[in-house]
Design a protein around this ligand. Structure first.
Ligand code: NCD
Length: 302
């Protein structure tokens, strides 16, 4: 059965298959009919790092498909007694049909995939990858704008540490969007991610430290990832450089949708939540049908 470890694991044909399956799942969810697609299966969510959306939307997705979700939290587990990661994975692999793993260290879901017999889904590994979030983002953009090709998408914030942004840039390039990367110089996207997207897809990617939204179709904002800084004061300083004001958002195009992987802290003003362009709660809701599509493919292999 296939693992889903990174956006580098799949091509556009497979990404399209996830998106169209997710659309079908959304229609079925709307009809409210209970599904039995994964009836009798168990999906284990192993969270070694905190999470709200990813954890609970995966649990909701499993439940909506008729599977039973299990929730493992490292701080309440035998990891606290010193049990190794490898032993934990081996145990959980014996209990479940699929392992959804979030970990603060890059590469840990990959390591789990080497140990486990069942499929492993990366639910975010340190500052590395967040492939399921990127699929949700692409799905949301396509739903909002009807296409991705040729759109101007600005990614703004802590592009150095945000795994959601690194994964998303690759998919935006895959789908032919024009990306602008906007961050303080110290928080620029890893050059290896940018050069790979350019080389593989001939993507148009601009980098800037000054936000400008004149021709922007999608503004995608993320928080400063404080937990990934050696110096927390540095994180606070960086966060204060990248707060958007209501004034600058009012001046931005009326058609510019604003996305955010959430949690948002103070990078967007609270009052923007009621602006028609704020689409991040809708984006979070899309997590369920997209993750249903992902679970179906990983567990059933189709
Ligand atoms: C993101 C994450 O955990 O990488 N959140 C999410 O999964 N929706 C973004 C973040 O924590 O800033």
């Amino acid at each position: 059965m296939p693992d889903l470890l990174s956006v580098y694991d799949f091509d556009k044909r497979e990404a399209d298959a996830y998106l169209s399956e997710a659309s079908k799942m959304e229609v079925l969810l709307r009809k409210g009919k209970p599904l039995r697609t994964l009836s009798g299966k168990i999906v284990a969510n192993l969270f070694f790092e905190s999470s709200t959306r990813t954890n609970f939307s995966f649990q909701a997705a499993a439940a909506r498909l008729g599977a039973t979700p299990l929730a493992f939290y490292s701080d309440k587990s035998s990891a606290q007694k010193g049990e190794t990661y490898a032993d934990t994975i081996q145990m959980m692999d014996g209990y479940a049909d699929c392992l959804v793993i979030r970990h603060p260290s890059p590469g840990m879901p990959q390591l789990a995939a080497e140990i486990a017999n069942h499929p492993v889904i990366n639910a975010g590994d340190g500052g590395n990858q967040h492939p399921t979030q990127a699929l949700i983002d692409i799905y949301t953009i396509k739903k909002l704008k009807g296409k991705i090709d040729g759109l101007n998408v600005t990614l703004m914030g802590d592009l150095k540490h945000a795994r959601a942004m690194r994964s998303l840039l690759h998919l935006l390039a895959m789908y032919g969007a024009n990306a602008t990367l906007c961050s303080p110089a110290l928080l620029a996207m890893g050059p290896e991610v940018v050069s790979r997207a350019k080389k593989e897809f001939g993507a148009s990617i601009k980098e800037t430290t000054k936000p400008s939204f004149a021709k922007c179709d999608i503004l995608y904002v993320c928080r400063v990832q404080r937990e990934r800084f050696a110096d927390p004061d540095e994180a606070l300083r960086m966060a204060s450089e990248f707060r958007l004001s209501m004034g600058s958002l009012r001046a931005a195009p009326k058609s510019m949708a604003v996305l955010h992987p959430l949690p948002k802290i103070d990078e967007l003003p609270k009052e923007f939540d009621s602006d028609a362009r704020a689409k991040y709660f809708e984006q979070a809701k899309n997590g369920v049908p997209v993750r249903m599509a992902i679970l179906k493919r990983c567990v059933l292999g189709k």
